[in-house]
Design a protein around this ligand. Structure first.
Ligand SMILES: [Zn+2]
Length: 363
């Protein structure tokens, strides 16, 4: 395989190794900074509160994905072991719903994945294909073909396939072209696996939430030390925000009382900090340092993830021997960033940029 192939894998791995180091470093730096301003007991308290809150938030954010992956694995194993599958679904009402809704990987999709594994230099059968409709994970209608790579239980490589992607190979119309596209998409996902992009995802994800949580908790703790009344308001805002923070799935659903409370808390946080700075119960140095560290780390991680996407595109195009199927696939997706904020914190580069990057590879 060409030299470009291994160099992109190396670069992708380098970023993946840098991400946990940067995340962990930022967390430690934050604790050191806060230690200069707060009493040691407050630092420990803040640390414990922020630690628990960030692990809980991470678990909540990934609960649905984990659940449906677990269901999909059970459904596949159950069908193999027990032809009378209904017996097994009795205990899992949602599993039954899932099995009706979803299909097991079709022969065509299995072949495409094996082809992609071969292209990228893995043994065919290394990864487990699971058809998990994104609609179920997101909780909202979704009609765009997609796939994702993950390490189930931290070690089993799994490729999640949206049923729309599987449907691309269900018809004879444009079959050859669609097959190439699906193989390229799989190569991209496998590139994330061999580029170690999924390896420390949990640690990095928790650290990323931790920096925000710790900032909020530390600023609330400082106001509590300097002004009990004002501090209690801050603690209430922080507690409501951290407890009821809604997940992306919930954001698409009807607003509940808890989600409204969480929004109000989030919105009132900015005036709270500003008033705290004006009346002198919050030190400017601490506030600025924590804000810079939080947004700095989050934007850095987002930039790293965008880079990983570009590298995965490159690896896929080289492994597949052509960048056209992937470019064709991107053309069917629409993505434009509505504002600068989403551009800085987005984990995927805009489609136009990905197509442009792919052009650099000779077909
Ligand atoms: Zn990707």
């Amino acid at each position: 395989m060409s030299a470009g192939f291994s160099s992109y894998i190396r670069r992708s791995r380098r970023i993946s190794m840098l991400a946990p180091v940067a995340s962990f470093g930022a967390c430690v730096l934050m604790i050191v900074v806060v230690g200069k301003y707060l009493h040691v007991i407050s630092v420990v308290g803040t640390l414990i509160a922020a630690g628990i809150a960030s692990v809980a938030t991470y678990a909540r954010l990934h609960y649905r994905t984990e659940k449906f992956v677990r269901f999909a694995i059970r459904a596949r194993l159950a069908k193999k072991a027990e032809p009378e599958f209904d017996k097994l679904t009795r205990n899992y009402r949602e599993l039954g719903k899932y099995v009706q809704k979803s299909a097991h990987p079709s022969q065509e999709i299995k072949d495409a994945l094996k082809q992609a594994e071969k292209n990228i230099g893995l043994n065919p059968g290394t990864t487990m294909p699971l058809v998990v409709p994104l609609e179920l994970i997101l909780g909202v209608p979704h009609n765009c073909p997609a796939a994702a790579a993950m390490l189930y239980a931290g070690r089993h490589p799994v490729i999640l396939i949206d049923d729309n992607l599987q449907a691309m190979l269900d018809t004879d119309e444009n079959y050859e072209k669609n097959y190439e596209i699906v193989v390229s998409v799989f190569c991209h996902e496998l590139a994330h696996l061999i580029g170690w992009n999924t390896r420390w995802a949990k640690l990095v994800g928790i650290c990323e939430i931790f920096v925000t949580t710790f900032t909020i908790a530390a600023l609330a703790a400082y106001t509590l030390e300097s002004n009990l009344f004002f501090g209690l308001i801050g603690v209430c805002i922080a507690a409501i925000n951290l407890t009821f923070e809604s997940t992306p799935t919930e954001e698409h659903q009807k607003p509940s009382i808890t989600s409204i409370l969480s929004r109000i808390a989030l919105v009132s946080w900015i005036p709270f900090v500003l008033i705290g700075l004006i009346i002198g119960v919050l030190p400017i140095g601490l506030t600025i340092a924590l804000t810079i560290l939080t947004f700095g780390l989050r934007s850095l991680l987002a930039a790293m993830r965008r880079k990983e996407e570009i590298y995965a595109d490159m690896i896929s195009a080289i492994a597949h021997g052509s960048s056209s199927p992937l470019s064709d696939f991107f053309r069917t997706l629409s993505s434009s960033y509505p504002n600068l904020w989403t551009r800085i914190f987005s984990t995927h580069p805009p489609v136009s940029l990905r197509i442009k990057a792919l052009r650099r590879i000779k077909n």
